[in-house]
Design a protein around this ligand. Structure first.
Ligand code: TXA
Ligand code: MG
Length: 367
């Protein structure tokens, strides 16, 4: 199959440019498209067979439900059995935006979308191309992130093609995604919202609107059984194993500085370092030459510890970049779990399978 690519300027485009992609949805085909969080791999959510194709293209476990994307709030009514006041106030505040609401599913939603659950995740994305495309298609669009299962989510059309070229009908290339981590998945079927997956809308933002918000234990504890099926799978993993540097920043720098004389027998190749520019500055020029016998480390800078939104936006792209190097092991700096930091650390902990450095010292989920 040849995968078509349509390049679209999100600031100025005409609906004509999206006609072909929209009609492919109506024909039951798969098209990847940009959202403000990550690229989605879409299919007509009401066409069970088309949705089946998403699982095949991604190699996704079939017990992991998909998010249904809509272009306007009113479209939610045919998809849910109930839309309680709590959910409605969150939708009115944060839509369009990086928030997925888990609600009781209506009979319209095929079981393959919900993985047989009685609930469905709904999201109204804040991206002009995504919304125009869904509106033109005239159907709700089921879309997981457009990566092969297990890999970091794609934040550019190039990432999508790396994983899915030849496996899907097309990609709408609308440039890089601004948020860079996926939406916050919130269960609003009970009296209090429960965060099943932290994301672009932070816990603090939700609390301001809805009062106390619970975070599902699985977000903070790698051994807990998650209520969001997708959270139990390994995710976001580059080829080389990732280890997190735990503790406060000063301690993380100390651990790295301690490695500077070299860690000869641990790895037979260069180390990857995923660190902030503050850490690079703190460790100085020794960093470029130290760390092991496998040659100089491959350093990827996440940005500044003072701007975690930017770190989050870059994270998946940087994890992917390590796959085009020959690093054998990646050490990653960690960040406070406040604001967007909770989503950032959740994705980093998943990429690392919870492992911290030095190895054998327990797992990183929470603190
Ligand atoms: O930002 C995003 O959410 C992106 C863009 C494309 O919209 N989509 C995305 O989809 O990240 P995906 O499939 O990669 O992740 C969906 C997450 C999974 O963890 C899944 O288990 C959870 O949402 N989810 C979906 N429906 C659910 C439901 N009914 N109950 C609990 N969790 C649900
Ligand atoms: Mg995903």
């Amino acid at each position: 199959m040849q995968t078509l690519v349509w390049r679209i300027d999100p600031q100025k485009f005409t609906l004509d440019e999206l006609q072909m992609a929209a009609s492919l949805f109506r024909q039951g085909r798969l098209v990847a498209f940009p959202t403000e969080t990550v690229y989605g791999l879409g299919a007509n959510a009401l066409d069970g067979q088309a949705v089946q194709g998403i699982f095949q293209a991604k190699g996704r476990p079939v017990d992991n439900p998909l998010i249904v994307h809509i272009a306007a709030l009113a479209e939610i009514w045919s998809l849910v059995e109930a839309f309680p006041p709590l959910a409605r106030s969150l939708a009115e505040t944060f839509w369009p935006g990086p928030l997925t609401l888990v609600l009781p599913a209506s009979g319209q939603v095929p079981a393959v979308v919900t993985a047989g659950l009685p609930t469905v995740g709904i999201r109204l994305p804040d991206h002009p191309v995504a919304r125009a495309l869904i509106r033109l298609a005239g159907v709700p669009v089921a879309a997981p992130s457009a990566n092969r299962s297990g890999k970091p989510s794609p934040t550019t059309a190039r990432h999508v093609l790396e994983d899915l070229n030849g496996r899907i009908a097309g990609v709408v290339d609308g440039g890089a995604c601004a948020v860079g981590v996926e939406s916050t998945v919130v269960d609003v079927t009970g009296s209090k919202p429960v965060i099943l997956r932290p994301g672009g809308v932070t816990r603090e933002m939700l609390t301001r609107v809805a009062g106390p918000v619970t975070v599902d234990r699985a977000v903070l504890d790698g051994d807990a059984v998650p209520r969001s099926p997708g959270m139990k799978y390994t995710h976001y993993a580059p080829r080389a194993p990732v280890f997190l540097l735990p503790g406060v920043w000063e301690n993380q720098c100390k651990v790295l500085a301690g490695l500077l004389p070299g860690i000869p027998d641990l790895v037979s190749g260069p180390l990857g370092l995923l660190i902030s520019r503050e850490t690079q500055a703190e460790l100085g020029p020794g960093l470029e030459t130290g760390l092991g016998t496998g040659g100089p480390p491959v350093i990827r800078l996440t940005g500044s510890r003072g701007d975690l939104s930017l770190v989050a936006a870059r994270l998946f792209g940087l994890l992917r970049e390590f796959d085009s190097t020959d690093v054998k092991l990646i050490l990653a700096e960690t960040y406070p779990q406040e604001g967007i930091g909770l989503a950032l650390m959740n994705r980093l902990a998943k990429a690392a399978g919870g492992h911290t450095w030095p190895p054998g010292r327990g797992v990183f989920f929470g603190e």
